[in-house]
Design a binder for this molecule. Structure first.
Ligand SMILES: *Cc1c(COP(=O)(O)O)cnc(C)c1O
Length: 393
């Protein structure tokens, strides 16, 4: 009999838009013995995970849970629970994930008022505010804080104030921000916020953390119609996470072990130090890339610390560049999405992938690859500039 291919693949350095590298501690937690999902020991682990998650979200929201599924399940859960057929919602997009949120909201039966940013830019606040003023009937405003398709960061301070003044809820996608930069849930009173386990939190893909303010919970509780998704219905899931441990679905037990361990790592490092690490390494990467004469299409003040879009020099084929980075250096980066397709690569420094060593390694591998492709760059100054930035504070 022909033998099967080995299941395990060699380790590769994940510097793309997610998943990000997973630490051994987290992988080992995944391998611990599976318990029944109503077992006392497991219930205790869920309680602890919920506490750690509130700390990570910087919130005291009672309804703070993880949904089974990836970040998109978080997006879907956020939308199906607060939106009812016939509602008007305003959803901003600065790229692919904002467009996905608009699509999900439309599938919930909402009339979606779309506010778009030019690709690679933040959403202009005036345009969003005009939409809020001209649609006072809107129930909520949905936004992506960290748009992974463009590497753009949306500041939420003024927007949150405006949305609340208008009596609307603010729904925020924090998939690529949570664990890598501030997600000001309680500070700004963000009402519905979801993330994913696999980006800056350093856990494998498979869980979507979600938190709702008491105002949002009230909106869910006073729905006129049932939530259209049975599986993602928070009115039932709340009963499982809270007092009753009412059986709804079997919790993904081992994923929760892994997630618990990942959140412990976040807690040990401390949120502020973790954000500072993501920022310092991103700035070193930017300095190195610019020293190579390469262009970063997003303005510096709008860039994400967790994901950087890098414009490809004339004549450099993005498929070949990514293939060579993988085949010769075992480094994964992402391709451009939407209007950036074929024109940029996306480099993620997320979770435990955000290290000084990875920055230097990536710069060297990129320089070697570009040289092979007929575009030599000054790698010595790139490394020097990056190191200056790394030593800077
Ligand atoms: C990755 C991502 C998602 C989707 O998460 P999946 O884990 O791929 O389902 C949603 N929003 C943003 C901003 C993301 O970066």
């Amino acid at each position: 009999m022909e033998s099967r291919r080995p299941r395990r693949t060699r380790e590769k350095l994940l510097l793309g838009p997610g998943p990000s590298p997973v630490e051994g501690r987290v992988l080992r937690a995944l391998a611990e013995p599976t318990l029944g999902h109503l077992d006392g020991d497991f219930v205790a682990l869920m309680d602890e995970t919920q506490e750690l998650l509130r700390k990570t979200f910087q919130t005291s929201n009672a309804l703070t849970v993880t949904m089974p599924g990836t970040g998109s399940a978080g997006m879907e859960a956020a939308c199906v629970n607060v939106i009812e057929r016939g509602d008007t919602v305003i959803i901003g997009d600065q790229g692919v994930f904002g467009q996905r949120m608009q699509d999900v909201a439309e599938r919930c039966g909402a009339t979606v008022i779309k506010v778009s940013a030019p690709f690679g830019k933040t959403l202009p606040e005036e345009t969003l505010f005009e939409a809020i003023d001209s649609h006072p009937e809107a129930k909520l405003v949905g936004l992506v804080q960290a748009e992974t398709s463009t590497g753009v960061l949306q500041n939420l301070d003024a927007i949150a104030a405006k949305v609340h003044e208008a009596g609307m809820l603010l729904l925020v996608d924090a998939v690529t921000s949570l664990g890598g930069m501030e997600v000001p849930v309680d500070r700004l009173g963000l009402d519905i916020v979801y993330s994913g386990s696999q980006k800056c939190l350093g856990c494998p893909p498979g869980l979507a953390p979600l938190t709702l303010s008491s105002r949002a919970v009230e909106v869910v509780r006073s729905r006129k119609t049932k939530v259209q998704s049975w599986y993602l219905d928070l009115t039932m899931i709340m009963r499982y996470w809270e007092q009753e441990r009412f059986y709804h679905h079997t919790a993904p037990v081992n994923m929760l072990y892994a997630f618990n361990e990942a959140l412990r790592i976040v807690d040990e490092e401390g949120l502020e130090s973790r954000w500072a690490r993501h920022r310092r390494n991103a700035e070193a990467l930017w300095a190195g890339l610019e020293a190579m004469g390469l262009t970063l299409p997003v303005a510096k003040e709008d860039r994400l610390p967790s994901l950087t879009c890098l414009a490809l020099p004339e004549g450099i084929d993005d498929g070949r560049l990514r293939r060579e980075l993988m085949e010769r250096h075992a480094i994964e980066v992402g391709s451009g999405l939407g209007e950036f397709r074929g024109r940029v690569i996306r480099v993620g420094l997320m979770g435990s992938g955000s290290t000084a060593n990875n920055v230097l390694l990536f710069l060297s591998a990129l320089a070697a690859t570009l040289r092979r492709m007929g575009h030599p760059v000054d790698v010595a100054s790139a490394l020097e500039r990056a190191e200056e930035r790394l030593d800077g504070d």
